[in-house]
Design a protein around this ligand. Structure first.
Ligand SMILES: Nc1nc2c(ncn2[C@@H]2O[C@H](COP(=O)(O)OP(=O)(O)O)[C@@H](O)[C@H]2O)c(=O)[nH]1
Ligand SMILES: Nc1ncnc2c1ncn2[C@@H]1O[C@H](COP(=O)(O)OP(=O)(O)O)[C@@H](O)[C@H]1O
Length: 197
């Protein structure tokens, strides 16, 4: 059902989009899939997380992430400004709460691209959220993608592959699994799960 333009009429609850969470091991292709999806469907609102990780070449503050200091992250956490947060491979990452709630209230499809620990926290705090796991076609292909991306030194890749083993084992906790063989196919399936197409 399409939303009406009558500003004073509240939307019936069954058309309010569910929050969707996309998780999966580092290097599986989450950013690639999301970028592809949003090129054709910019109406999907992607939360921009805060992180203490350093920007990669080409990453911009406020676009891929809000790049913050340890002290700034401490404050965000202490002030309850994050919907969820986690430490991943030596850095902290968190979802600013207010923007997510605003967009959901406005009836927009909202996507979080976050790690397993964050997905578990969202499951606790927003019980109607839909949790989607992005899986690699094989372990070898995951290693190939993470190494081939060329953005991390070998010791960081090792940490991320250790985390990947834990994340792959948690796949049954998710509502849906999509295997990232084809970016186009996965992007379409994700749009369909989000009721965008
Ligand atoms: N819990 C949580 N995880 C996040 C958040 N933002 C990003 N992540 C996750 O942190 C992990 C590392 O992200 P990043 O350093 O950008 O590396 P990449 O995902 O491998 O490109 C990934 O699993 C992201 O999904 C967040 O706000 N909260
Ligand atoms: N379906 C796919 N087939 C082949 N390579 C892919 C596919 N999806 C992503 N990649 C490549 O894998 C690497 C990691 O993708 P990325 O989107 O950065 O992963 P993530 O955000 O999950 O860490 C990138 O070099 C990307 O171009």
């Amino acid at each position: 059902m399409a939303a009406t333009s009558r500003g004073t009429t509240p939307e019936p609850p069954d058309v309010r989009p569910r929050l969707t969470v996309l998780s999966g091991p580092s290097g599986v292709g989450k950013s690639t899939v999301v970028a592809h999806m949003r090129k054709e469907h910019p109406e999907v609102w992607l939360s921009v997380s805060a992180t203490t990780r350093r920007p990669r070449p080409g990453e911009k503050h406020g676009v891929q992430y809000f790049f913050v200091t340890d002290e700034e992250m401490d404050k965000l956490i202490a002030n309850g400004e994050l919907l969820e947060w986690a430490e991943f491979a030596g850095n902290r990452y968190g979802t600013p709460r207010a923007a997510v709630l605003e967009r959901l209230d406005a009836g927009e499809p909202v996507l979080l691209e976050i790690d397993l620990q964050g997905a578990r926290q969202v499951r606790e705090s927003m019980t109607d959220a839909q949790l989607v796991f992005l899986a690699p076609p094989s372990w070898e292909e995951l290693v190939r993608r993470l190494t081939g991306r060329g953005t991390e030194p070998p010791e960081v890749i090792e940490r991320r592959l250790d985390a990947a083993k834990v994340e792959l084992a948690a796949e049954p906790e998710f509502d849906e699994t999509l295997v990232n063989t084809s970016v186009e196919d996965v992007a379409r399936e994700l749009l369909s799960l989000m009721d965008v197409v």
